[in-house]
Design a protein around this ligand. Structure first.
Ligand code: COS
Length: 388
C-alpha cells in the first residue's frame, strides 16, 4: 500500500487548487459575512464533478477514491471552509445509500445526488441524542397499509431545509437503542416534513444548519435502507468514511491559515528586523508546519486504508480507529494553527479584514461535528486491539 499521490492525483490537486483560488477564494469573505448559502459555488462544483466525486461511476459519480476526495476537500478548505463542506456534506448524505442501498434505490436516489441535481443530507442528531446517537427518539411506526409513519425531530442538520434527499435515522420495532435504529430516505416535499429553526453559527456561516421535523410522514417500504435494525451500523460505517472528509476540511483550513501567517511574518518588520529573524516566531512556524505535515500523513494513510477496506459490512478496527484518529488529529491541528495564525497577525488577525479570523472560527466546528473529539477518543480506545 502506498499513500503517495499518483501523477493523476497531483494533477487533480493542482486543478482543484486553481479552481478554488480563482473562483471560490474571491467569494469566501462575502459568504461568511452574509451567511447565505452559496448556490453559485454548489453549481460550480456540480459543473466540475466534485459533488459526486467519490460516488460510483455506475450511478453517475466520479468513481474517485477517498484520498482523491480528501484532496479536493482540503484544497477548497484552504480558501473557504463553508465551500469545502458542500462537497463533504453531499458525500455524507449519499454514503448510507452507497453502503446499504439496493441497485433500485441507488438508481432512484443516488444517481441525482451524484450528478448534483439533488442535494443530500444526513439526519442522525437529536436534541437528546448527540454523542449518544443510539438514544434517538424519532420513530418509524409500521402502517396498516404498508410502509411507515415517521415522527420526530432532528437538529444541527447540515443542508437541512435545502436538501432534496435526506437519510433519516429512526427507531423501529420493539427494541431500543442501537438495535432499534433503521435508516430511511426522505424527500424534501413529503407531507408532514417541515424545517424548524435555522441556526446562527460561529463559523461555516454559509452552510445551512437546520432543525427538521417529521409529523407522521408516510414512507413507502422501499425507502428503508437495508433491514430494520441496520440503521445504527449504517450510520457508524458512514461516519467511518466521512470523518475523513472532515479531517480533510480541517487540514485545508490549517494549511490555508499557515500560508497566510507565514507570508505575513515574512513580509513584516518590527524593531528594525524582519519578523522571521525572531527565533520565537521561527519555532512557532516550525511547530505548526510539523503538525500540518503529521496530520496530512495520517489522513492520507487513513484514506488509503479505509478505501482498501471497501464497503465491507463490518468495518475493521483499523478502519474505524484510523478514521477517528485522522479526524481528531487534523481538527486539533486546525484549531491550533488557526489560533496561532491569528496571534502571528497580531491586531490584524483579530479584525475581519483578514481571512485568519474567519478560519479560526471555521476551524472550531471540525472538533465538534461528525462526532466530537471526545467521541473520537472513545472510538479509538474501543478499537485499539489489532484486527484478528
Ligand atoms: N461499524 C460497524 N458497526 C459498528 C461500528 C462501526 N464503526 N461502531 C459500532 N458498531 C456496531 C457495534 O458493533 C454494535 O453492534 P452489535 O450490537 O451487533 O455488537 C452496535 O453498532 C452498537 O455499538 P456500540 O455499543 O459501540 O454503540 P454505542 O451506543 O456505545 O456508540 C459511539 C458509541 C459513541 C461510538 C456512537 O454513539 C457515536 O459514534 N456517537 C457519535 C455520533 C456522531 O458522530 N454524531 C455526529 C452526527 S453526524 S454530523
Amino acid at each position: 500500500m502506498s499513500y503517495d499521490l499518483t501523477d493523476e492525483q497531483r494533477l487533480f490537486r493542482d486543478t482543484v487548487r486553481r479552481l478554488a483560488h480563482e473562483r471560490v477564494e474571491p467569494r469566501a469573505a462575502e459568504i461568511d459575512a452574509s451567511g447565505a448559502y452559496p448556490l453559485d459555488v454548489y453549481q460550480l462544483f456540480q459543473e466540475y464533478g466534485l459533488l459526486g466525486l467519490a460516488m460510483p461511476e455506475a450511478y453517475g459519480g466520479g468513481g474517485a477514491d477517498l484520498l482523491t476526495l480528501a484532496i479536493a476537500i482540503e484544497e477548497v478548505a484552504r480558501v473557504c471552509a463553508t465551500s469545502s463542506l458542500i462537497i463533504a456534506a453531499q458525500h455524507l448524505g449519499a454514503m448510507p445509500l452507497m453502503l446499504a442501498g439496493t441497485p433500485a434505490q441507488k438508481e432512484r436516489f443516488l444517481l441525482p445526488i451524484a450528478s448534483g441535481e439533488h442535494m443530500a443530507a444526513f439526519a442522525l442528531t437529536e436534541p437528546e441524542a448527540g454523542s449518544d446517537a443510539a438514544a434517538a427518539r424519532t420513530r418509524a411506526e409500521p402502517e396498516p397499509g404498508g410502509g411507515y409513519s415517521l415522527t420526530g425531530q432532528k437538529v444541527f442538520i447540515t443542508n437541512g431545509g435545502l436538501a432534496d434527499t435526506t437519510v433519516v435515522f429512526a427507531a423501529t420495532g420493539d427494541r431500543t437503542g442501537a438495535a432499534a435504529m433503521s435508516a430511511f430516505v426522505v424527500d424534501k416535499d413529503m407531507p408532514g416534513f417541515s424545517v424548524g429553526r435555522v441556526e446562527k453559527k460561529l463559523g461555516i456561516r454559509g452552510s445551512q444548519t437546520a432543525e427538521l421535523r417529521f409529523d407522521h410522514v408516510h414512507l413507502e417500504a422501499d425507502r428503508l435502507l437495508g433491514q430494520e435494525g441496520d440503521g445504527f451500523k449504517i450510520a457508524m460505517r458512514t461516519l467511518d468514511r466521512t470523518r475523513l472528509g472532515i479531517a480533510a476540511q480541517a487540514l485545508g483550513i490549517a494549511q490555508g491559515a499557515f500560508d497566510l501567517a507565514f507570508a505575513h511574518v515574512r513580509g513584516r518588520r518590527q524593531f528594525g528586523r524582519a519578523l522571521t529573524e525572531f527565533q520565537g516566531l521561527q519555532w512557532t512556524l516550525a511547530d505548526l508546519a510539523l503538525q500540518i505535515e503529521a496530520s496530512r500523513q495520517l489522513l492520507y494513510r487513513a484514506s488509503e486504508v479505509v478505501e482498501q477496506a471497501g464497503f465491507a459490512i463490518d468495518s475493521s478496527r483499523e478502519v474505524t480507529r484510523l478514521s477517528a484518529m485522522a479526524k481528531l488529529q487534523c481538527s486539533d491541528t486546525a484549531m491550533r494553527v488557526t489560533t496561532e495564525a491569528v496571534q502571528l497577525f497580531g491586531g490584524y488577525g483579530y479584525i475581519e479584514d483578514y481571512p485568519v479570523a474567519r478560519m479560526m472560527r471555521d476551524a472550531k466546528i471540525t472538533q465538534i461535528y461528525e462526532g466530537t473529539n471526545q467521541v473520537q477518543r472513545i472510538v479509538i480506545f474501543r478499537n485499539l486491539e489489532a484486527d484478528a
